[in-house]
Design a protein around this ligand. Structure first.
Ligand code: GLA
Length: 373
């Protein structure tokens, strides 16, 4: 049985969609936090995200007239197709979802009503939009009477994200949302698209701290970094930086980050498997330094949060996701998580004038249709 606040979310979706409520189906897609391996996915590299216990929940039901109505409970906004113009990114995500699924089935997606609610903070680097795209794609394919394979679902959601945001994102966020496994991190090989679950020992906790700074300039700076990586790979004569050596990359800070980060992901997995939390933490700190100094995607706020969590007793911490604001992730002793979370808030506020939000996340199963109880 789902806990009370979970049941309340289902009830809110039912209330938005109205009677008859017994014809409503539900799809859930989690957000993600990346433990290590950023700006590697679009270079065929490795990353280690977890699907988290913050998700997008969609209630939906077919309608007979071919129209598609989607209501966002959190944004207090509504898309009615075919009339609504694409103004907000989330409205563009709705039309992109219909376009991608329709191309796949070679006919228009049948009409449906949907209502959406999310517990993934928006603009925080925890992949709220990937979760939205995945959940709505599950709704649209279900209404169309088909089911995407997991990789197909992730790729469809990636295309939706790229179309809706204009950002040439990789596949990490979508693969994590689709492939999540309870109590496990996911080693993603972004070349083969293999997902290898890696158990997170119960004595390790994952703490996320939001800097209170929404990601800014993320779109254009992300696209620039990606293009520069592609140019470096071409200069080195390799398909992607996955194939470059550290010797080739030594004089190119962006490439040096990607090549060294791939090695850190694999070393982190070894550390996790052998229960060596201090080693895993040290690798996270090295990752943060590389993202800050070589890849240049950190901010003073993220740097301060990393310092504060480590000073308070975390094994390690780093910015997570694209950077330019958003969150850090820290690996901490489970028994110390609440104390460490509380310890960073005041000094961070005093140092920046920003309001942080610190919370624990748990690794959960990936996206799919769900029953309310
Ligand atoms: C964003 C993108 C991902 C990935 C990360 C950085 O989250 O959507 O594909 O590139 O940034 O690791």
């Amino acid at each position: 049985m789902a806990p009370g606040h979970e049941l309340a979310r289902f009830d809110a979706l039912r209330a938005a969609l109205g009677e008859p409520v017994d014809t409503i189906a539900f799809a859930r897609a989690p957000g993600r936090v990346n433990l290590i391996g950023d700006h590697t996915d679009y270079q065929d590299g490795f990353c280690l995200p977890i699907a988290i216990d913050r998700d997008v929940l969609v209630g939906f039901r077919p309608r007979a007239d071919g129209r598609v109505h989607v209501t966002s409970l959190d944004l207090d906004a509504r898309v009615e197709l075919p009339e609504t113009r694409e103004i907000e990114p989330w409205a563009r995500a709705v039309t992109a979802t219909l376009a991608v699924v329709s191309r796949h089935i070679d006919r228009p997606v049948p009409g449906f009503d949907a209502a959406v609610t999310s517990t993934v903070p928006i603009g925080s680097g925890l992949s709220s939009s990937a979760a939205f795209d995945v959940a709505l794609t599950i709704a649209a394919t279900t209404v169309a009477g088909i089911e995407f394979e997991p990789t197909e679902l992730a790729r469809a959601a990636q295309e939706i994200e790229q179309r809706a945001s204009g950002v040439p994102c990789g596949l990490m966020d979508q693969l994590a949302s689709v492939g999540g496994q309870r109590d496990h991190a996911l080693l993603l090989d972004c070349r083969s698209l293999a997902i290898t679950p890696v158990a997170i020992p119960a004595e390790l906790g994952v703490l996320v701290v939001h800097s209170g700074v929404e990601r800014a300039l993320a779109g254009s700076a992300y696209a620039e970094r990606r293009a520069a990586c592609e140019a470096a790979a071409a200069r080195f004569g390799v398909a992607t930086l996955r194939d470059a050596t550290i010797e080739q990359a030594v004089d190119d800070p962006l490439a040096r980050h990607v090549v060294s980060e791939n090695a850190r992901v694999l070393a982190f997995v070894d550390a996790l498997r052998s229960g060596d939390a201090p080693r895993a933490g040290a690798l996270m700190l090295a990752s943060h330094a590389s993202l800050r100094d070589d890849f240049a995607v950190s901010t003073p706020e993220l740097d301060l949060l990393v310092d504060l969590t480590v000073a308070a007793g975390a094994f390690g911490a780093r910015l997570t996701g694209a950077g330019f604001g958003g969150c850090i992730v820290a690996l901490v002793p489970s028994s110390e998580l609440a104390r460490i979370a509380a310890a960073v808030v005041d000094p961070y506020r005093a140092g920046t004038g920003r309001e942080p939000a610190a919370f624990a996340v748990r690794a959960v199963d990936g996206a799919g249709l769900v029953a309310p109880s």
